[in-house]
Write a protein that binds this ligand. Sequence first.
Ligand code: RNT
Ligand code: ZN
Length: 414
Amino acid sequence: MTRYESAKEIYRSFGVDTEKALLRLNEIPISVHCWQGDDVLGFDGADSLSGGIQTTGNYLGRARTPEELLQDIEKAFSLMPGKKRLNIHACYAFLGTDKGLLDRDAYSYKHFEPWVDFAKKIGCDGVDFNPTFFAHPKMKDGLSLSSPDEATRAFWVEHGKRSLEIAAEMGRAFGKPCLMNIWIPDGYKDVPADRLGPRLRLKKSLDEMLENYDKEWVIPAVESKVFGIGVESYTVGNNEFYQNYAASRGICCLLDNGHYHPTEVVSDKIPSLLAFYDTVALHVTRPIRWDSDHVVLFEDELKEIAKEIVRNDATEKVKIGLDYFDASINRISAWVTGERAMQKALLYALLLPNDALKALQDAGDFTQLMYCQERVKTLPFGDVWEEYLARAGMKDDYYTDVLDYEKSVLERRK
Ligand code: RNT
Ligand code: ZN
């Protein structure tokens, strides 16, 4: 009997069908961010990151050109099991001869067509999109959509509108809607004199942006954040603002689990939103103290997030996206480690006797519930995970591949 066969028997005795879990896992798309490969710099001119986010570290081999980034994504994706989408930021436009001539308020689909072609080539399930409201000279006093300067605000509204058009084309190209996530870094380092004004301007800007977009192919989402580096006292787009905005406008909330107070958890927010929304989007990351963007690992809160997706039958409603950036280790390894951690958490959740556990809760049998929840933690999950990888033509060891690639490709980037 193989280890998988033995694990299958053990899970069966708990009423869990491992075959079903493996099939379901294969069907859950994960949107993988393009920005882990080049420390979130993009192709449209930024030479440093700003807007309250930072990458730290100087590991060798950062992708410096579009060609290098594509090459790295292809490598990383070849080591990631499961169904993947590619998540692209507007600052990754292929501008060609338009470089220096066109600004973000004039980007169009043609600047992103190479991404769509590439995503198709590497077998993606679709692409997602993000306007880039940061790391750009048109940010005024750190503000974009909430700026009191009318020209600045108008520039960013236009960028948002262009982005919605691009996203619609992307959705159409795959025949699957494109999630377009709006995150802005706008905020203040110190105590503001006006907290409402910026929020009213943001509301107005979003309304202008969203006046007329393609509802068939774009799912607009808004991502809140409690603070950023340099904007510690106040962020315009906080949780309450965006949840009310999304609810009143019929769009979607995106929860980044690095964007809340340290004892607040996104796993508990997901079911609250599922009670009201058809779609909930996620940026899965790992917050550490002030940083919201460490590489995702197979940890408790990630497992809780996955449980909420799986046991609420929300694998289609919840759009899972990854959002982390680490420049202190091999970037391909960072990418793969995070994606595999997400997959592991989903598999872990799929392998729980969820209905039986719910029944214990409803029966008020909290003693047995605690006993069972502890017991299932030591089931042979690893053997099922290895089977999943084997069926995807992969091994648990991706380090050897990463190291070969580092030696043959990354080390030459000097
Ligand atoms: C920043 C937000 C945002 C970005 C990306 C690059 O704190 O999480 O989602 O990380 O858009
Ligand atoms: Zn995010």
